[in-house]
Design a binder for this molecule. Structure first.
Ligand SMILES: Cc1ncc(C[n+]2csc(CCOP(=O)(O)OP(=O)(O)O)c2C)c(N)n1
Length: 474
């Protein structure tokens, strides 16, 4: 507001200009000079120069600084040069309606039969890498089945499956480096599997046993591993998003040539933290890939109750972020998009948004019965007609890299791997309960030491009432 009070209007060649008074640029130009300048290339000049006016002596230092930092202060009648937006003026009164814009298309490489639609888009990865992706997708599926059943039997307290979203995990993880930092929501276990985090360790976390890196403190599926550059998951939705931007900004400042990938669901994108993250990432030019898994539901909330715009992808350009929508059930499309996104992040030092369209085939979690809000037929249709694993298998079969025999032997092998890890996880004791007092702070404060002693005393007297034998005794 101050700017307008301090500016003066002048007329040059019939056009009105605002002259910004300032002191410290020291470019003092009289009106003749202004004429000459504007006659040649006035727009360029007016963008770059700030003019002094006599009134500058009366301004405070802070006002001068403020004004000095405003890059564009002049306007002419046909070009809108407000500091907040550069555009053209129009005289028709028109509200931009969502219908004025076409929906953003969905990029895909293969159709539902695993046929490549445009050969140029085939990433042509080698057989080893392709089969590794397929094996990862299927072992995740096997692990989900075992842990889901385990929860149903009360062996673990909670579980969330990844059914139908395997393509988004493996396509994205395979396209970036294992030391690019990943932030997840909770439905991205495939990224960890791709990075070599053992099934044993995933199960240890779900069981909260003595081999759990989190010492049994988090709910199941809240994985995290420093060695695999995967930041520990926490329940409050979207909180990882601004944190991911901060990490990406740090990488940029340290010139690490690393990026951050941040996964989230379309429901989580309604949180305020989504906005904070997108805006910070854009304005700070942080090399982060925002990877949205749009699976149609946020627990029982369908997308038409979540937003009215064109999904999540259309929000990207609004923040100044290059954005793409991909078929999340097409692992190759996800791979290509993520690879290209990483290139943009590093070469242009800016964030990218990927919206991967998919379908949550499983229930939201073991605490949910999704038949209460969607039809079983709808779920079956996605499972049977557009499953990322089935599609990718068809692609591999066309390349003659996979067949029924290989499928059979891999099914047996992967089941064996999962069951071995499962048996091990069940047998291990829980961590020592005294560890619950650790890591609240880096160093345990006196007050916590006292509480720990109280627990010890309590258990001496009443230990018989607690399942102490389930816990590791050191
Ligand atoms: C801040 C916050 N609000 C609400 C919840 C409860 N909650 C857990 S998951 C979830 C739905 C998230 O849906 P979406 O982001 O689409 O991911 P999806 O489960 O579909 O993968 C909600 C509302 C939460 N964990 N945190």
């Amino acid at each position: 507001m101050k700017m307008f009070k301090l500016c003066r209007n002048i007329l040059i060649n019939g056009s009105k200009f605002r002259i910004l008074p300032t002191s410290n640029l020291g470019i003092s130009i009289n009106s003749d000079r202004i004429h000459q300048t504007f006659n040649s290339s006035f727009m360029t000049t007016i963008r770059r120069q700030t003019f002094c006016a006599e009134s500058h002596h009366h301004q405070s230092k802070s006002e001068q600084t403020l004004l000095h930092e405003l890059p564009n202060v002049s306007t002419i009648d046909n070009v809108a040069e407000f500091p907040g937006a550069k555009s053209k003026f129009v005289t028709d009164l028109h509200f931009f309606d969502p219908d004025d814009f076409e929906n953003i298309p969905v990029y895909r490489v293969m159709n539902r039969n695993g046929q490549v639609l445009d050969e140029k888009q085939d990433p042509n990865l080698d057989k080893e890498l392709m089969t590794k992706i397929y094996k990862g997708m299927t072992i995740l599926n096997s692990m989900d089945r075992v842990l889901y059943e385990s929860q149903r039997q009360g062996r673990i307290s909670f579980y969330m499956t990844n059914y139908g979203e395997e393509g988004t995990h493996f396509g994205s993880a395979a396209a970036i480096s294992n030391d690019d930092l990943a932030f997840g929501q909770y439905r991205e276990a495939g990224v960890l599997i791709w990075r070599g985090f053992e099934i044993d360790k995933l199960m240890a976390q779900c069981y909260g046993n003595s081999e759990d890196l989190h010492k049994g403190r988090s709910m199941p599926v809240h994985y995290g591993t420093k060695d695999h550059c995967f930041v520990s998951i926490s329940s409050p939705l979207s909180t990882q998003m601004p944190q991911a931007v901060g990490a990406a900004y740090a990488f940029k400042r340290q010139n690490q040539q690393r990026i951050v990938i941040c996964y989230f669901g379309e429901g989580a994108a309604s949180e305020g933290d989504f906005h904070a993250a997108m805006n910070f990432a854009a304005t700070l030019s942080a090399p982060v890939i925002f990877f949205c898994r749009n699976n149609g539901y946020a627990i029982s909330t369908p997308t038409h109750e979540q937003y009215r715009g064109d999904g999540i992808v259309c929000r990207g350009p609004a923040y100044g972020i290059p954005s793409i929508r991909v078929d999340g059930n097409d692992v190759l499309a996800v791979y290509n998009a993520t690879l290209a996104a990483k290139k943009i992040c590093l070469e242009q030092s800016r964030p990218v948004l990927i919206e991967a369209m998919t379908y949550r085939i499983g229930h939201h979690s073991t605490s949910d019965d999704s038949s209460a809000y969607r039809s079983v037929d709808e779920v079956r249709s996605w499972d049977e007609k557009d499953h990322p694993i089935t599609r990718f298998r068809k692609y591999l079969e066309q390349k003659q890299w996979w067949d029924d025999d290989l499928e059979k032997s891999w099914k047996n092998e992967s089941k064996r791997l999962v069951m071995t890890a499962f048996v091990k996880a069940e047998k291990l004791p829980k961590p020592n309960y005294m560890e619950m007092f650790e890591d609240v702070y880096d160093k345990m404060p006196e007050s916590l030491i006292e509480q720990a002693q109280e627990l010890k005393q309590h258990l001496k007297m009443y230990g018989g009432n607690y399942p102490i034998s389930n816990f590791k005794q050191d």
